[in-house]
Design a binder for this molecule. Structure first.
Ligand SMILES: C[S@@+](CC[C@H](N)C(=O)[O-])C[C@H]1O[C@@H](n2cnc3c(N)ncnc32)[C@H](O)[C@@H]1O
Length: 236
């Protein structure tokens, strides 16, 4: 990150009045038709990043905050997909997407911060442009880690504050109004959330002037079971 972009501590838009989960749901109810209409535009700009990242998914795959299903076409046809989102209106778009693809999939309305799945129940967990809207992004990332099996993949495409000073300043200027209209923290720092959640990052890179971050991670190593360790005889 350049000095110009990193030197100031600024609002990410949510500081003064963070939205509740219900308010975020209402915001996306209003925005769902807009997302469906401009799907093609999103794919034009982000498709080149989604494709290499999400084509690595395999096995049983969870797309957290799948929205209108923009990621689905980039997944291998062999995966067994579950898409979850808070917004029924966004999921209606995802359902249309799924119908047009050769993918086995199901969609469920669910809060990313409290996933209703067993521990270690997915081989790959993916999520895109989502941590910016979660009221508690670290809780959602910890849930992604919980449901991903040890050695599985957590693949994230996130956006945040640019590395380029002039762009970052423009984002700072827009942050409050953007959050009010979209429930999205334009200037978040995705890697800070990932670090706070304790994911084991295997690779991370930025693109588009540092606005996009592509993250390949896996669940952190299991905590050693202290009770077992205590029971073992000490080495002679
Ligand atoms: C900007 S859209 C991104 C959608 C899609 N992943 C994409 O890349 O286009 C953010 C999505 O996050 C969903 N969302 C926000 N908070 C959520 C939560 N707590 N649990 C599940 N989904 C949530 C919204 O409903 C919306 O569909």
């Amino acid at each position: 990150m350049t000095d110009a972009a990193s030197s100031e501590s600024t609002s990410d838009g949510a500081d003064s009045r963070p939205m509740s989960t219900d308010e975020i749901r209402d915001t996306y109810a209003d925005r769902a038709s807009w997302f469906a209409r401009f799907d093609w535009l999103d794919r034009l700009f982000t498709g080149r990043y989604r494709r290499p990242l999400f084509s690595q998914a395999s096995g049983r795959v969870l797309d957290v905050a799948c929205g209108t299903g923009v990621n689905f076409p980039y997944l291998p046809e062999s995966v067994d997909l579950v898409g979850v989102d808070l917004s029924p209106e966004m999921l209606a778009g995802a359902s249309q997407h799924l119908d047009g693809l050769e993918l086995d999939g199901e969609l469920r309305e669910m809060d990313a911060q409290e996933l209703a799945f067993e521990d270690d129940s997915f081989d790959t967990v993916i999520s895109s442009l989502s941590t910016c809207t979660f009221p508690d992004p670290v809780a959602a990332l910890r849930e992604m880690e919980r449901v991903c099996r040890p050695g599985g993949k957590i693949l994230l495409l996130e956006h945040g504050r640019s590395d380029v000073g002039a762009i970052a300043k423009l984002q700072d200027w827009r942050a409050d109004s953007h959050y009010e209209s979209m429930g999205c923290r334009l200037t978040q720092e995705p890697m800070e959330h990932v670090a706070a959640a304790g994911l084991n990052v295997r690779d991370a890179r930025t693109a588009v002037l540092g606005i996009l971050t592509l993250i390949e991670a896996e669940p952190a190593d299991e905590e050693p079971d202290l009770a077992d360790e205590a029971a073992e005889p000490a080495g002679e």
